[in-house]
Design a protein around this ligand. Structure first.
Ligand SMILES: Cc1cc2nc3c(=O)[nH]c(=O)nc-3n(C[C@H](O)[C@H](O)[C@H](O)COP(=O)(O)O)c2cc1C
Length: 221
């Protein structure tokens, strides 16, 4: 194989079959323990943990390695309050006319409404932005597979949050243009997800829902 760019040796540690089985099983159990939480405690989370979580998301693969993501980590009470106010305004419209009857019916089991106290209570809000294009000094440069790349990075972010013993919510108070305004983001960025992070409030409950069985999500050829 001819390489035009410089290459370095791959760092790869091979596991025994037993180690591999144990590691995948442990990781599955960790991921399976993740639940969307809508009631947070005010307990603080150190900034360096949030930074490591975001660094983990930044290890995701991306189309042509464009890394078309940006993560805003908000702990300022003032900014969280602005975000809550704007999110609740959009969610009020969503729950009072913008969402279809079928959608509202599908949401009944989650007991959600337009009121979102967790946006001020959770110690951190991570706002994921996707970069629609790259803005360089020379001008615009195309990003590829932006949704796929940012989706993968966000999945890794969510698992890193779980790994840290923290909980999160994947929140979409759409339309989410207000987030770019409140956070003063550049024109090439679009808000992708709003993720409160922290500890669950004492006695937190979550909807009793089931995940699809392996036989429903996998076809063996
Ligand atoms: C793209 C996306 C958007 C979501 N938006 C919201 C939301 O705006 N509000 C909310 O309470 N939950 C939201 N959720 C959370 C889902 O309801 C939750 O992931 C689903 O019910 C499964 O529950 P689990 O996360 O506990 O496994 C969203 C999830 C995804 C993946």
């Amino acid at each position: 194989m001819q390489h035009s760019e410089s290459f370095i040796p791959l760092e790869h540690k091979e596991l025994s079959k037993e180690q591999s089985e144990a590691a995948t099983s442990d990781f599955y159990k960790l991921c399976d323990s993740r639940r969307s939480v809508r009631t947070f405690s005010e307990k603080e989370v150190p900034q360096h943990i949030i930074e490591t979580i975001i660094k983990t998301a930044g290890t995701a693969p991306s189309g042509a390695h464009k890394q078309p993501w940006h993560f805003c980590a908000v702990q300022s009470a003032e900014i969280k309050s602005k975000i809550r106010k704007a999110a609740e305004k959009e969610e009020y419209e969503n729950y009072h006319g913008r969402m279809s009857d079928a959608w509202l019916e599908d949401l009944k089991k989650f007991g959600t409404n337009h009121i979102k106290p967790f946006l001020e209570i959770a110690p951190w809000l991570i706002i994921v932005f996707k970069e629609m294009y790259e803005q360089t000094e020379e001008g615009k440069s195309t990003n590829y597979y932006v949704n796929e790349s940012v989706g993968i990075a966000t999945g890794m972010l969510l698992n890193a949050i779980t790994c840290a013993g923290l909980v999160s919510l994947t929140h979409t108070p759409s339309p989410m243009n207000f987030l770019a305004d409140v956070l003063n983001r550049p024109k090439n960025e679009r808000a992708y997800l709003l993720i409160p992070v922290g500890y669950p409030e004492k006695n937190t409950v979550v909807p009793d829902i089931k995940r699809k069985d392996l036989s429903e999500i996998m076809t063996l050829y």
